[in-house]
Design a protein around this ligand. Structure first.
Ligand SMILES: Nc1nc2c(c(=O)[nH]1)N[C@H]1C(S)=C(S)[C@@H](COP(=O)(O)O)O[C@H]1N2
Ligand SMILES: [Mo]
Length: 317
């Protein structure tokens, strides 16, 4: 990306509590549901510690040993990218509190049987909430393991009633200059729009996150809802989504518009395809000292490689 990489902060002193203390009735409902979701464990057979037991990672001799250890909450809320709030890794936690997430709705348009609007109160109740513990690999070379709370993206996509012409789906993030100071500056071609092929969006791993670590999403991580596509670089998952648009042709995204040589449409994690300015072979899990190898499709190849059968991997970067 256009900002230099920095080191993650030490496990921070920030208390989770201050960030999201019950602001809306739907958040309370989400909290109640999440207790059940946590008890039910996670999908896809990952054996992972409950977030409450997650310790700050220790040095590992074998870099794969700790592969599924959950990254500390304090790290995930204080280090990240949300460029609408600024260029630095701590810009989101410093500035995202300005964003008002209530009321919130998502407009659905384009190739759908009828355009419509979903309100967040209804989106939260659309499908049973579950916990998914996913690796997140940022294209910049850092990664995290995050327990998301939400439901499959397919649940929402289905209810949008896309037409047969809908081959791709765009996710638009909020871009309000009043609340998001950096959207006044053309550092990126706002709004933040990311997109998927419909079958990618419908894949059972694709997730709509409303919370993480058993709590509602903090603003800086994309409240009140964001997309999570674990086999792609983190930037494919738009935060704070306000619009879903179905289209027939493969669309441009914020990153293909900003820098087409550096970012492709697919952006599947691939250690063998370097970014023009750095290797993608290794990554550093936030909080760890040694780098670990980046895995094809971020470790989800068994589930998703079939989506790209017959395609040249150089075209799916
Ligand atoms: N709207 C919006 N969504 C975004 C971004 C952004 O800047 N704006 N950054 C992306 C990038 S580059 C990454 S790596 C992830 C980071 O998510 P996290 O901060 O929750 O770890 O969010 C993605 N979604
Ligand atoms: Mo990223």
């Amino acid at each position: 990306m256009f900002f230099s990489r920095a080191n993650p902060p030490p496990p921070s002193e920030i208390t989770p509590q201050g960030i999201y203390l019950a602001r809306r009735s739907f958040l309370n409902k989400l909290g109640a549901l999440s207790a059940g979701a946590l008890a039910s464990g996670n999908a896809f057979g990952l054996t992972l510690p409950a977030p409450a037991n997650a310790n700050f990672p220790k040095r590992q001799l074998n870099p794969q040993d700790s592969d599924t250890r959950v990254t500390p909450y304090s790290t995930v809320i204080s280090y990240g990218n949300f460029y609408e709030f600024g260029p630095d890794k701590d810009s989101p936690i410093r500035n995202a509190h300005r964003m008002r997430t209530d009321p919130w709705s998502i407009v659905v348009e384009g190739e759908v049987s009828a355009a419509k609007t979903f309100h967040i109160e209804d989106i939260v109740k659309l499908a049973p909430l579950e916990e998914r513990i996913y690796r997140l690999r940022c294209v910049e070379g850092w990664s995290a393991v995050i327990p998301w709370l939400g439901y499959p993206l397919a649940e929402l996509i289905k209810r949008c009633n896309p037409t047969g012409n809908a081959k791709f789906v765009e996710f638009w993030s909020l871009a309000d200059p009043e609340q998001m100071p950096y959207t006044r500056i053309p550092v990126l071609p706002w709004p933040y729009i990311e997109a998927l092929r419909i079958d990618e969006a419908m894949h059972p791993l694709s997730f709509l996150a409303l919370g993480m670590y058993g709590k509602v999403l903090p603003n800086q991580n994309g409240a009140p809802l964001r997309v999570v596509i674990p086999w792609k670089y983190g930037f494919k998952g738009a935060k704070s989504v306000v619009k879903i648009r179905f289209v027939e042709q493969q669309p441009q995204t914020i990153w293909t518009k900003a820098s087409p040589k550096e970012y492709g449409f697919y952006s599947n994690v691939n250690p063998d395809i370097p970014h023009p300015r750095w290797s993608q072979s290794y990554e550093r899990r936030l909080g760890e000292i040694f780098k670990r190898k980046t895995l094809p499709f971020n470790g989800y190849a068994d589930q998703v490689a079939g989506l790209y059968a017959g395609m040249d991997p150089r075209l799916t970067f």
